[in-house]
Design a protein. Structure first.
Length: 241
């Protein structure tokens, strides 16, 4: 039995608040906010502010995403090694959690984009494209090129790293909080970069954050928390003494 102390966590709030916000986004879709912010980043003469930015496309999009992928691969390698290397055995559960949370958070995006067929801002008539805007739950106008822009994929590369917070919160709380701030900050930067390029609306990225948060919380509960409840942890530490 593990000897580390599992810190209590308010799962009701962690699940309920995002779900309520999701329901609110479905009932009161923020189309005006999405379009208003997109217009601030667009000029009819030259298009979106970041459309031709080398930094936004090659550095913040391509290279930064590649670094996150490398981190995910390292987590997989670490988990595999923990199965055969005794020095990593105590980290097996946390590494397995990271692999699962990161993998599901990022893998969920592509099928959801295909299923929803929401267009990017740069494809819409309002922003120099040819497609007609439609809300998330509205029927899609006929088109030869269905959209692939909801939820935000690039933002997920940043927000998925919130898994680090849950992997570390019971062992290294200060480092865990730093990882949470970093992951949310990175996701916001990725999201803003793509918005400046016309690739996503604000709500696309907000949905991504909510999905990734729920995935990270769920697997934390399933893999790390349930098997080491606070009561069990206290008992284990008393036995260890």
């Amino acid at each position: 039995m593990s000897t580390y102390a599992v810190r209590p966590f308010n799962f009701k709030a962690a699940f309920a608040l995002p779900l309520v916000l999701m329901a609110s986004l479905l009932i009161f879709e923020p189309s005006a906010l999405d379009l208003g912010l997109a217009r601030l980043m667009y000029t009819p003469e030259s298009g979106f502010i970041g459309a031709k930015s080398f930094f936004l496309e090659d550095i913040l999009h391509d290279r930064a995403k590649q670094l996150v992928i490398v981190f995910g691969v390292l987590a997989i390698v670490g988990f595999a090694l923990s199965c055969v290397w005794s020095r990593l055995y105590s980290w097996r559960g946390r590494l397995g959690y990271l692999v699962l949370a990161l993998g599901v958070s990022t893998a969920l995006v592509t099928p959801m984009k295909t299923f929803t067929a929401v267009h990017c801002p740069w494809s819409l008539e309002e922003f120099g494209g040819q497609e007609v805007y439609s809300g998330l739950l509205e029927p899609r106008p006929e088109t030869a090129k269905p959209g692939r822009c909801w939820p935000g994929g690039h933002a997920s590369a940043g927000f998925s790293l919130m898994a680090l917070f849950f992997a570390l919160r019971d062992l290294k709380p200060r480092a865990a909080r730093a990882c949470l701030v970093f992951a949310i900050g990175l996701g916001v930067v990725f999201a803003l970069g793509r918005m400046l390029q016309g690739a996503h609306f604000f709500s696309h990225n907000l949905w991504t954050f909510l999905f990734d948060w729920l995935i990270c919380v769920f697997f934390y509960w399933l893999i790390l928390y349930r098997k080491n409840t606070p009561a069990q942890s206290c008992a284990a530490m008393q036995v260890a003494r």
